[in-house]
Design a protein around this ligand. Sequence first.
Ligand SMILES: Cc1cc2nc3c(=O)[nH]c(=O)nc-3n(C[C@H](O)[C@H](O)[C@H](O)COP(=O)(O)OP(=O)(O)OC[C@H]3O[C@@H](n4cnc5c(N)ncnc54)[C@H](O)[C@@H]3O)c2cc1C
Ligand SMILES: NC(=O)c1ccc[n+]([C@@H]2O[C@H](COP(=O)([O-])OP(=O)(O)OC[C@H]3O[C@@H](n4cnc5c(N)ncnc54)[C@H](O)[C@@H]3O)[C@@H](O)[C@H]2O)c1
Length: 441
Amino acid sequence: MQYDVLIVGGGVGGGSTALNLAARGFKVAIVEERDWGGTTINRGSTPKRALLASAETHFRMAQLVENVAPLSWSEMANHSAKIVLAANQRYGNNLVKAGITTIEGHATFVNSNTILVHGQKYQAKRIILATGARPRELEFSGSQYMEHSASFLKTSNLPDNITIVGAGIIAFALTSIATEAGTKVTIVQHNQRALGILDQGLVQILIKRLENAGVVFKFDNTIQKITELSNGSYQVTTNQSQFKTGAVYCVAGRIPNTEDLNLSVAGVKVGLKGIKVDKNLRTSNPQIFALGDCCDASVPKLSNYAIYQGKCLGNSLEKPVQFPIKYPTPALTVFSIPKLGQVGISTQQASNKPELEIKTIDIKNWQTYARNGDDLAELKIVFNKGSQQIVGAEVLSQDADQLVDYLSLLIQQHVTANDLQQQLFAYPSQASDLYGIWQSR
Ligand SMILES: Cc1cc2nc3c(=O)[nH]c(=O)nc-3n(C[C@H](O)[C@H](O)[C@H](O)COP(=O)(O)OP(=O)(O)OC[C@H]3O[C@@H](n4cnc5c(N)ncnc54)[C@H](O)[C@@H]3O)c2cc1C
Ligand SMILES: NC(=O)c1ccc[n+]([C@@H]2O[C@H](COP(=O)([O-])OP(=O)(O)OC[C@H]3O[C@@H](n4cnc5c(N)ncnc54)[C@H](O)[C@@H]3O)[C@@H](O)[C@H]2O)c1
């Protein structure tokens, strides 16, 4: 069978590219070996945020009133499973409705324009690789007992005591959800630094709050051994301690899926961070492209980037002239409780730039945060000293995701603190709180 474009990987990166190309009249096929919607819909932000919905509501209630009823994990898990199933079905159906040929199975290259799935050959003028990433495995005695974020996010029975290996973005989300559901969490991190890319002052406030809620952080601890005990629980031995736990989840980074594709017959080069691509996502074979978590595009490996790259690739395949992809203002949220958000230039990047200034604003008394009992809320804004434009921000708050997105619009539009005074926001709202940025200048 012959197509204009064949996409390998039906996650948000591959899916957004397929929809974009089909809308432009290309004859498109997409291959998926596991589940439509990939990591995001089935094992990533969709179930994570569905579980977090109950966890953060529980936390917010407890900030405002006494005697909040405990959460039921099985109800949370049922809610999440329903959301995931509906999103997964919608994802697959939307591809079919758009006239895209959907193929289920594992794809490998036969040559540079032919893909093999279940013994059937498919040919295309161009091929796009969007095969995503998988959890990084650690190797030590008993490491086979470790599970990953996917099993945490779909379990209907969370033990009352768990261990999480790694203190990164996924770890803080899972820890916050589990803690609010009444599970005791121990985080094992091999060095001193948690959430390395985020503002370390705000990270320390978050760690303290989680410690107060019962989380144990074991920094500078490397796991050496896990032993299964007769009651189904585990004994964990690190270089510094030994303790019992009901389950161990390893969230120590992710590895691009580039093996098992027979890429060498297609002349596609791979490096340590994924498939090598140029600024237009073109691989070492000019008719083959790669995007999302499987490629080394020098941008964060996040859903929003994979979707954006899919849109750009859809546009650029239609036009004869190629331009390097221009990425908009980067925005990121750690979905912990409270959340940590970052947008534009980070405080770490700003601290080396004399033309930039970091202003810390205590937003606990701003209306939104005061009425929500958001008593840890703190905002750090990065200004350009000359133009007074906002160029970055980091925030710790229950509503950090929304604030970061408002600030992303302001940064993208080159808004100054003074320009905010020209806006008539509905009052009192989270947007109208932004006047406070001007007042604090
Ligand atoms: C727990 C967790 C939480 C996350 N939360 C967030 C978040 O809040 N915000 C955010 O922006 N990002 C988040 N991420 C990251 C985000 O999920 C990824 O960046 C995103 O899924 C990348 O999309 P993708 O399409 O490149 O890859 P994927 O979604 O991984 O899709 C790749 C697909 O390709 C398929 N595939 C692979 N090889 C083959 C083959 N040979 N043949 C056929 N099919 C194949 C796979 O089965 C998979 O479905 C999270 C990740 C995890 C694990
Ligand atoms: N909200 C979001 O945008 C979001 C949420 C979840 C995941 N993601 C994406 O998924 C990726 C993977 O997330 P992640 O949390 O697995 O990775 P991460 O890179 O954020 O964190 C991994 C952590 O594990 C630690 N680590 C590494 N080896 C270890 C060892 N042997 N023992 C103990 N600790 C060890 C690292 O130092 C780091 O702190 C992220 O980088 C991001 O691209 C994004």
